[in-house]
Design a binder for this molecule. Structure first.
Ligand code: TRP
Length: 332
């Protein structure tokens, strides 16, 4: 079976764009692949965090992912820092990637422009991501287009390691969803829906109450015409509403366009479809939230499954480099 792995940073709650653009596909994928999903808390601390903040955010994101359909019985869902092989392998990756290659990463350039304190970890971030991926002999990495470069550098690292030390890692490939799966900001429909845009009215949180969903979608920016047409260039606001309605009801947005002549009914139907989509997810989340010990147990199961594989791959990498083995591993 195809091995699939993706990672998601614990930064705030998920929004509709994360769900429809990524997480829902992951939930579907888990049934036909051997799927691993990693909550990458160590990537999140590349920018300083308040003490204790990570614990709560990591738990909550894990619960949201499970509520959104990532089923710990079907896939492997785990927290990055629970599998220490990731950081150990990251060092080997750092020694396989060059300063020049890391300097050319666009995500580093963007983030280092936005922060005053630029940690060394922010710079070596792609090496940790390469470890996340390569430790599991991953075939496919389902990610947004913004992560293509990170998967490319992971491939380069894997190939370089294999040619230096012999066949060790599987060379993965990125799987990027079609552009139509992108959900845009409701207030600025030419930007991707995102929490960091400081646009709370532009993004629908997965845990938003029905009233809030209704209000935000009804207030979505459209245009001064009155024609319903699926054309992101000319009509980004209307097209985004069609995308949302289409994704929520599993229908083709261009087909849907033919069924509307006015914006009001389109907005009403899109809001109703999103509310119906989020209802069951919010109910499952409430159950998980009420029982954090159960979430911790499920994450432990995931970490144990992940660790068995990661430890074997890391041992192979160290053996192929030719590091002297200790007589016994400490604490075994
Ligand atoms: N860098 C990714 C992001 O910002 C998160 C990530 C970390 C990731 N490790 C990964 C994604 C491994 C895919 C595979 O979205």
């Amino acid at each position: 079976m195809t091995r699939v792995l993706s990672g998601i940073q614990p930064t705030g709650d998920l929004h509709l764009g994360n769900y429809l653009g990524a997480v829902r596909n992951w939930a579907r994928m888990q049934h036909r692949t051997d799927a691993f999903f990693c909550v990458v808390d160590l990537h999140a601390v590349t920018v300083p965090k308040a003490p204790g903040e990570m614990r709560a955010v990591t738990l909550r994101l894990s619960q949201l992912l499970m509520a959104a359909g990532l089923d710990p019985e079907t896939c492997t869902i785990f927290v990055q820092s629970h599998v220490p092989e990731h950081t150990e392998c990251a060092w080997l990756m750092e020694c396989t990637v060059s300063f020049g290659e890391l300097s050319r990463m666009t995500q580093f350039k963007d983030k280092s422009d936005r922060h005053d304190f630029i940690s060394a970890g922010l710079f070596t971030y792609p090496a940790l991501q390469a470890a996340d991926i390569l430790l599991y002999d991953t075939d496919e990495v389902p990610v947004g287009a913004d992560q293509r470069q990170h998967v490319e550098i992971t491939r380069d690292i894997a190939e370089r390691f294999n040619s230096r030390y012999g066949e060790t890692f599987t060379v993965p490939k990125a799987v990027v969803p079609a552009a139509g799966a992108r959900i845009m900001d409701l207030q600025r429909p030419t930007d991707k829906m995102s929490k960091s845009l400081d646009s709370p009215r532009g993004s629908v949180g997965l845990l938003d109450e029905p009233g809030a969903v209704n209000r935000k979608i009804k207030a979505a920016v459209t245009d001064s015409e009155s024609e319903v047409r699926y054309d992101f260039e000319a009509k980004p606001g209307v097209s985004n509403l069609l995308s949302i309605l289409g994704a929520a009801t599993d229908r083709d947005p261009a087909d849907l366009a033919g069924e509307y002549t006015r914006y009001g009914p389109l907005k009403a139907d899109a809001a109703a479809a999103v509310i119906e989509l989020l209802g069951p997810l919010q109910a499952r989340f409430a159950e998980l939230e009420a029982d954090p010990a159960e979430t911790s147990r499920l994450l432990q199961v995931g970490a144990d499954k992940a660790r068995a594989i990661a430890a074997a791959t890391l041992a192979r990498a160290k053996a192929n480099i030719g590091l002297l083995e200790p007589l016994a591993q400490p604490f075994e």
